[in-house]
Design a protein around this ligand. Structure first.
Ligand code: ADP
Length: 351
């Protein structure tokens, strides 16, 4: 066991004091008064002096340090009252320096996190304005051309109005995605967990996206015939969004004339895994970890051509994680990608 620093300090101080006083008295009595006092007296005397000074010094040091340290605690606690527990004021310097060090480290970490968040905020604002600028300028361009005279030509009028409208639609899509992401990030989103049939939901999303897929000559398939419902628990509306975003991506970045396959398999005793498999362009290893970030795209111009806001996967990840589930991506560049996510089983059954 380590002896407290204050004890060893008090020990040596009292040792010096008792040796000095006893020595002085011994010399004075011997040489000054020629007294011959027994050895036992001096032994007892030095013992008493030592004990007395040790107790006093120890007590005084503790009191002094305690008062000083309490001041430090109080002033530091002013900054953040929860960080320091007032009842645990210590007079042990080593513990105190450890605590102050920890306190400083925590503060540093807090500052680092705040800076990081500030960086994200700035980047996010920059991205948002950049995203909005492109379609806004497109709309403005067409409107100005119309105002400049193109209005009088029926052919151009229709064409330009149609294009301006496309720009507005794109703006609406971006704003909708932004709205969704801000709701998700402020935890404003209500998740209504209820049992629903995932097979039925995929079929519904397939129906809605059939025309989009046809445009790229892509076939929407299941890996096998699912004759029976597969009941899962979650917010059906949110999962419709998840499936839509993932399947739309598979169409956008899929191979023209290729196919998309949805596969539903057992993940573990309580969960199933939904896989969306495409045979498209795939994702290079270095991008895989980043595609779920807001506004991250592998190929910006290609994504914009396809009408993407760069928020689709960020929204998917948020929804899946808000349910306490996981999302995975496997991909081979130029071969295809598989996005999969887990879902809670509503009842025990075997696929
Ligand atoms: P975007 O609006 O750009 O599609 P997402 O967040 O949905 O935004 O996707 C981010 C990026 O991930 C896309 O720009 C694309 O490069 C890549 N990506 C997403 N899904 C796929 C996929 N199925 N195949 C290949 N790349 C994909």
């Amino acid at each position: 066991m380590k002896i407290k620093k204050t004890y060893s300090f008090a020990f040596f101080s009292s040792l010096y004091i008792s040796i000095f006083t006893t020595g002085t008295l011994l010399l004075v009595s011997y040489f000054g008064f020629n007294l011959k006092i027994s050895f036992w007296f001096w032994f007892l005397f030095i013992g008493v002096i030592f004990a007395f000074t040790f107790i006093i010094t120890q007590y005084r040091i503790e009191k002094f340090i305690y008062q000083r340290i309490k001041k430090i605690y109080d002033s530091v606690s002013l900054l953040d009252t929860v960080d320091f527990n007032k009842t645990s004021i210590t007079s042990d310097i080593a513990t105190l320096s450890r605590e102050v060090e920890k306190f400083a480290k925590d503060k540093q970490l807090q500052i680092k996190n705040l800076n990081k968040r500030e960086g994200y905020r700035r980047e996010f604002l920059g991205n948002v304005s950049h995203e909005l600028k492109t379609p806004l300028f497109t709309v403005q361009g067409y409107l100005l051309t119309l105002a400049d005279g193109a209005m009088n030509d029926k052919h151009f009028r229709e064409k330009y109005i149609e294009r301006a409208n496309k720009g507005v639609e794109r703006l609406i899509a971006i704003v909708k995605d932004l709205d969704m992401i801000s709701k998700l990030e402020s935890a404003d989103l209500n998740i209504n967990k209820e049992p629903f049939d995932i097979v039925n939901l995929v079929k519904g999303v397939y129906d809605l996206l059939e025309i989009k897929a046809k445009k790229r000559n892509i076939t929407l398939l299941f890996d096998k015939q699912y004759d029976y419902p597969i009941m899962v628990i979650g917010d059906e509306e949110r999962y419709e969004q998840v499936l839509t975003n993932l399947i739309v991506n598979s169409i956008k970045y899929g191979k023209i004339g290729g196919s998309i396959i949805v596969k539903i398999e057992s993940f573990n005793k309580n969960k199933i895994l939904i896989k969306i498999i495409d045979d498209g362009e795939g994702i290079k290893e270095e991008h895989k970890n980043r595609i779920f970030e807001r506004f991250y795209r592998v190929d910006k111009s290609r994504s914009r051509d396809q009408g993407g806001s760069g928020l689709g996967l960020a929204i998917v990840k948020h929804i899946v994680e808000a349910h306490g589930e996981q999302i995975f991506v496997e991909s081979e560049y130029l071969k295809g990608s598989t996005f999969s996510f887990t879902l809670e089983k509503a009842e025990k059954f075997y696929i």
